[in-house]
Write a protein that binds this ligand. Structure first.
Ligand code: AMP
Ligand code: GLY
Length: 432
């Protein structure tokens, strides 16, 4: 099969790398990709200058005789690339536009959860700034303010005081610092507990669970600093057990599939449930994403021992429900860890153009892999070109052993302004 992976992050590098090992693949293309794709002999990068429309991608698909498209980032899902390619009769992994509103609109997502009895934080919706201000003035803190639209992980604010909340609301709704994404907001109850990333692949009826892991969202150690797209991830999470996972599947994933069916659609593709798990093991949904996570994928693709491609192929067959559960042998029974190196300025405006030096032996261990995100090649040099620059991922016998290896490898990557967290895999992260 000839596969096109769409996206330019570490997630897409990891997906493409994994697919390239499939028994049934002939070529893997990545669009628009990054320098990691350029230097990987198994992968072919397609670059196009200027803006890219669905029609443009349709043309790339035809020109390269692509058999299946895998979409990494949410933007393409929310603007209907899946619908467009499906209309052309092309298999594509990911939900259609109507379903991707579960990620694209916080309001849609919260109302969907309420209507389908899916546990989540209590919330109110505001289209009007003054009404939102009044609500804040009568609230108990902390509360969480969420811009309705997509904001690249920057649209959610946990606020501790009334003053902070009013200032945040002003930024979102009046100054429109997040653009149209902030024309309406959800204000919700703060939930305490352990945050986990529960990701499944589904054909609409059958579910393949991926190892449940934890993403470190804050920029700096011990949960300090601003929220980011994710600075690292780890697996396993000893506070979870099989009973709890089955319950999450029954009480959260199944109702999503049923709810989508009731809307007259079928959920096909990845469903990422961001969950807050309480001390007693009850989970409530923080958010749904209609795609794999970044950097979770950089870890999950290493933990996956079996072939991803046949699963993807089954998950996108129209009017078919042939995806079957995988056995435990499908996954390495190992611990996993990944650490992200980010550029100066991230998660704000990140500096570009810093030259990256990577020790040539960095991938000399079989279970260690470097996945690129914001990298390019300029005049023969590898340079930074985005906020999250690369991820070093590893699997091994224990997180302690892995921490030594991954962090040693991290010290072999050098660029001005390089930042990473030192505490990935050290503690389970918990909201107090
Ligand atoms: P979201 O994009 O909705 O998942 O929010 C981004 C991050 O904000 C989450 O990963 C949590 O760390 C935090 N967060 C969001 N909603 C809540 C909530 N109701 N209670 C506590 N933390 C939250
Ligand atoms: N790492 C969080 C996300 O991909 O949304």
């Amino acid at each position: 099969m000839r596969i096109l992976v769409i996206g330019s992050g570490g997630r897409e590098h990891a997906i493409a790398w994994k697919i390239s090992q499939s028994k049934i693949v002939s070529k893997v293309y990545v669009f628009p990709g990054n320098a990691g794709i350029d230097v990987d002999n198994q992968l072919i990068r397609i670059q196009v200058s200027g803006s890219v429309s669905n029609e443009h991608i349709g043309k790339l698909v035809n020109e390269n005789n692509i058999d299946m498209v895998v979409i990494g980032p949410e933007g393409f899902l929310v603007t209907g690339l899946v619908d467009y390619l499906k209309e052309k009769g092309l298999p594509v992994v990911g939900p259609t536009k109507a379903v991707a509103a579960l990620e694209g609109s916080k309001i849609f997502s919260k109302v969907f959860m309420r209507d389908n009895g899916i546990p989540t934080a209590n919330f109110e919706i505001f289209y009007d700034y003054e009404k939102a201000c009044d609500y804040i003035k009568g609230s108990k803190f902390p509360i969480v303010i969420k811009a309705n639209g997509l904001a690249g992980g920057k649209g959610v604010f946990v606020v501790e005081t009334e003053e902070d909340a009013l200032r945040t609301l002003h930024h979102i709704m009046k100054e429109r610092t997040l653009g149209e994404a902030g024309s309406s907001v959800v204000i919700e109850e703060f939930m305490a507990g352990f945050e986990v990333s529960f990701i499944v692949l589904t054909d609409g009826r059958n579910i393949v669970r991926f190892p449940i892991c934890q993403d470190y969202k804050n920029l700096s150690d011990s949960g300090k600093g601003p929220n980011t797209g994710g600075m690292g991830a780890h697996y396993p999470l000893p506070f979870l057990n099989e009973n709890m996972l089955s319950k999450f599947e029954e009480e959260i994933v199944r109702p999503v599939l049923r709810g989508v069916e009731n809307m007259g659609h079928v959920y096909k593709g990845f469903l990422y449930c961001g969950l807050m798990v309480s001390e007693s093991g009850e989970a409530r949904v923080l958010e749904f994403n209609c795609r794999l996570g970044d950097p979770e994928t950089q870890l999950l693709m290493l933990l996956m021992k079996g072939d991803l491609l046949p699963l993807l192929e089954k998950a996108c067959r129209e009017d078919e429900f042939s995806l079957s559960e995988v056995t435990t042998e499908f996954w390495h029974q190992k611990a996993g860890l990944c650490v992200v190196a980010s550029a100066k300025g991230y998660p704000g405006e990140a500096r570009k153009g810093d030259v990256i030096e990577v020790n040539s032996h960095i991938e000399d261990l079989p279970d260690i892999k470097v996945f690129h995100s914001g990298t390019e090649i300029l005049d023969g040099n590898l340079i930074t070109s985005g906020g999250r620059v690369l991820t070093i991922s590893g699997i091994g016998e224990s997180k302690d052993v892995l921490r030594n290896v991954v962090y040693k490898k991290m010290s072999q990557v050098k660029f001005d302004g390089k930042h990473y967290r030192n505490d990935i895999g050290l503690t389970e992260i918990r909201e107090k």
